[in-house]
Design a protein around this ligand. Structure first.
Ligand SMILES: *[C@@H]1O[C@H](CO)[C@@H](O)[C@H](O)[C@H]1NC(C)=O
Length: 798
């Protein structure tokens, strides 16, 4: 309390005098009371009066104040005998906190020496306001502190005592704190703040209070201090995610490092307790943790592995957020990552069964292969359509779901295509679509559906007569488009006993062999069928006509028919001497069993002199006189006529004519009759004739057989009829040879050539169209074509 104002000081002094000073003379002790803080010279007590000494004697006796302390607080006014203060007395300085403050003085008076004890009690004045150690007090308290917790606070200091000392403390209103008093360790009263309600740093981190101490003086004095209470954070908040569930859609196959989502958890705590770190919850499978990377500090989830819709369509995992404070509590959230399908899988074709080989006669609709088509993608990306090229004889059927069957659409033909390569394409409906194809190879197995085919529609063979038996004449060859046994061919000749003795065929290679040595004079032409058969079941066969032409060799020497003569013997003719030049002496008739050039005979006279009387027609064989007979010509002539064919080499025969020149015609007759032809000679001629007829008949018979055989196989009967008619008409064997464009029939006597256009064969009843007579002028080597130029009407017009 401040010093009282000057105006009130007089009243205080009076009160002190009345109430506080007294004199105990009986005990020789004087007691005064004085207020502290009085001005210097303030009245304390009337010593003179109280000691019973008059003021006048005081002057000479003297009065001294003896103090034990060096400082003199009082002085005595010798004139009045009054005790005054010599300075301001500060009770707090003198006695501090003691409840009573008494200054003991000794008074010494001389003459006579007397000693008195003087007690001056210094009375307290409220001159101090309560004061705290500082204006600001800062206290920390854990936010976890429980209600009832106490926070000691230093008391306010008021040097005054008694009621002037601090009487009450007041605290500014607070929700959380109360001011209480307690007893401290020194068994003194203390003040403290008591927590009445739990703190939450996150709500209010700092509490500011004002504590006021008030004393009991009059007027009251007070002092205050600001108390700042810092609430110390405890890790009492778990991190909390923005959302409890995070959902995100993610296309598959995204590049590594792609951010999926950023999680965000906040922790209201401060410092490390508020630093949030993110972790996969322990139970999250490793596969998920391999696919996604969770940035520990930022909560960013990014892709770090392959995201494949076909493996996992949906990820669901928990993420924990932990702070770094002590005893951290985790916050949790769920993350749903839905993977969106991309068309990244091509369809797959699985062929479950396939017939590697299909018979070519398989019916359309036959199932060739079964397959399952799949696509790992979903939705349109997994919708698959299969196709095969339309050009192939195959089609696809889709009986159900993703099952396909490859069936035969059109008939097969192994001979056209023995193997089909079928490319099956599967395409999904994604955008862009993906395709897969698979190749199925189907072998078309053979069925015996092709008969053997000969390389030629007909075969013509030529062989020279007198061939060595076993000669290979020709080869008949056929092919079969089928394979294996269906194409394994065997050859045979149509069963015919006559043929069998002539010809054989190698059943395996179709080689035709002559079994015999042919004789052109016996047989010139054979016609037969060769069959070819495959080994299929059932077998198929074909036939081809074969013509065999036997060609003539000059193996027959001319035979002389007329004049009749015994072998090597001579024939006798007689001519009259009067015969003119050109007289026909004899006509030599010869024939050659061969044909063509080999049967074309020429006559000449051996050892003929230049002026020879006789000449012979080169081709006619007529022996005539070349001039009139002279007298000097002998009556007997011997003439050797040679008949030679044009074969290579040529063969010849001779006949010897014995010619007698008679003087008259009668003689001739005589001569003729004189030398009648012997029976033997005649029979020799007959023998020739018989042989000839037999030979001709044989050839005729063979011809008939051939034609009959031909008739069976050949529709055309005209040719056969024609040949037959020709043969009948001419009553003989006619040998023909073939030139480039004509069939030339040469008469047996070799002077006659019959012409027929080969394109226009003789008709039944035809007469010989043209008979050409070969003349001696015809050169030996002349070709048949040249020969045909002789005469005017060479070719019969059709
Ligand atoms: C996390 O959430 C808090 C509170 O909502 C916000 O202040 C902060 O910016 C967010 N952080 C991120 C990275 O989104």
């Amino acid at each position: 309390m401040p010093c009282p104002s000057r105006s009130r000081r007089g009243a205080w002094r009076l009160l002190c005098l009345l109430c506080c000073s007294f004199f105990d003379a009986a005990r020789g002790q004087i007691r005064y009371s004085v207020l502290e803080e009085l001005d210097r010279g303030s009245f304390v007590g009337n010593l003179a009066k109280d000691l019973g000494i008059d003021v006048i004697s005081l002057n000479y006796r003297g009065l001294k104040i003896m103090s034990r302390s060096r400082r003199q607080h009082f002085q005595v006014n010798m004139n009045s005998g009054v005790l005054l203060t010599s300075e301001k007395i500060d009770r707090e300085e003198l006695c501090a906190e003691s409840p009573s403050c008494t200054l003991n003085l000794e008074l010494v008076i001389d003459s006579p020496l007397e000693m008195y004890r003087l007690e001056v009690e210094v009375l307290d004045v409220n001159d101090h306001a309560p004061r705290f150690a500082g204006n600001e007090v800062t206290i920390s308290i854990l936010e976890s502190a429980i209600p009832g917790s106490k926070l000691p606070i230093g008391k306010a200091i008021d040097p005054d005592i008694g009621t002037n000392a601090v009487q009450v403390y007041k605290l500014s209103p607070s929700e959380h704190f109360n001011l209480t008093t307690g007893i401290n360790s020194k068994r003194k009263k203390s003040i403290e703040l008591t927590l009445t309600k739990p703190l939450d740093r996150e709500v209010q981190a700092v509490h500011t209070l004002v504590l006021t101490a008030i004393d009991g003086g009059n007027p009251k004095r007070s002092g205050s201090t600001n108390i700042t209470i810092n609430v110390i954070d405890t890790n009492d908040n778990a991190p909390v995610f923005d959302h409890t569930v995070y959902s995100v859609k993610l296309p598959e196959n995204v590049p590594l490092g792609t951010t999926v989502i950023q999680l965000n958890a906040t922790d209201l705590d401060e410092g490390p307790s508020g630093e949030v770190h993110y972790f996969f919850e322990k139970l999250v499978p490793m596969s998920t943790q391999n696919s996604f990377k969770l940035e520990e500090t930022t909560g960013v989830i990014s892709v770090q592995g392959r995201i494949d819709f076909e493996d996992i369509k949906f990820y669901e995992f928990s993420v924990e957020a932990l702070d770094k404070g002590p005893y951290s509590v985790a916050g949790r959230c769920q993350v749903f990552v839905e993977i969106i399908d991309e068309n990244d899988n091509a369809p797959e074709i699985t062929v479950t069964s396939v017939s590697e080989s299909v018979p070519e006669d398989a019916k359309p609709g036959t199932v060739i292969a079964l397959m399952i088509v799949s696509d790992k993608d979903s939705g349109d990306n997994g919708q698959v359509v299969c196709s095969v090229p339309a050009a192939l004889p195959f089609a696809l059927q889709n009986p159900y779901n993703n099952h396909y069957s490859l069936i035969l659409k059109d008939p097969l033909d192994r001979e056209t295509t023995a193997e089909h390569t079928i490319i099956i394409t599967a395409m999904d409906k994604g955008s862009p679509p993906l395709t897969t194809s698979t190749t199925i190879k189907v072998q078309v197995s053979d069925v015996n559906d092709n008969s053997p085919k000969f390389t030629q529609p007909a075969y013509t063979m030529h062989v020279m007569e007198n061939n060595v038996p076993g000669t290979h004449m020709s080869t008949i060859s056929a092919t079969d488009l089928d394979t294996k046994e269906n194409g394994y061919l065997t050859y045979s000749i149509s069963a015919n006993t006559t043929l069998d003795s002539f010809i054989s065929i190698n059943s395996e290679n179709g080689k035709l062999f002559a079994l015999k040595s042919f004789d052109y004079e016996e047989i010139q032409h054979l016609e037969f069928l060769v069959h070819c058969k495959d080994a299929g079941v059932p077998p198929l066969s074909s036939s081809v006509p074969v013509q065999l032409f036997i060609h003539d060799q000059n193996d027959n020497a001319p035979a002389i028919l007329l004049p009749p003569s015994q072998t090597g013997s001579t024939s006798i003719e007689a001519i009259p001497r009067s015969a003119e030049a050109g007289y026909l002496v004899s006509k030599i008739r010869a024939f050659d069993a061969d044909s063509g050039y080999n049967a074309w005979l020429a006559y000449d006279i051996i050892q003929s002199r230049k002026d020879s009387l006789f000449k012979v027609g080169l081709s006619t064989g007529e022996v005539r006189t070349s001039r009139s007979i002279r007298d000097q010509d002998g009556s007997h002539h011997r003439l050797v006529v040679r008949v030679k064919d044009h074969g290579e080499p040529a063969l010849s025969s001779t006949v010897t004519l014995s010619i007698a020149i008679t003087e008259n015609d009668k003689e001739i007759h005589n001569e003729y009759f004189k030398h009648p032809k012997s029976d033997i000679t005649i029979s020799n001629v007959n023998l020739y004739l018989v042989i000839s007829i037999a030979f001709i008949s044989f050839i005729f018979l063979v011809t008939i057989i051939i034609f009959v055989a031909l008739k069976i196989y050949r529709a055309s009967s005209s040719m056969a009829g024609c040949d037959q008619a020709l043969c009948e008409n001419n009553r003989g064997s006619w040998y023909y040879t073939q030139s480039n464009s004509y069939k030339v029939y040469l008469g047996k006597a070799s002077q006659d050539i019959l012409l027929f256009n080969s394109q226009c064969p003789p008709q039944p009843g035809d007469s010989i169209n043209k008979r050409l007579t070969l003349t001696t002028e015809a050169p030996a080597q002349q070709s048949v074509d040249d020969l045909l130029m002789i005469g005017d009407n060479k070719v019969r017009s059709c």
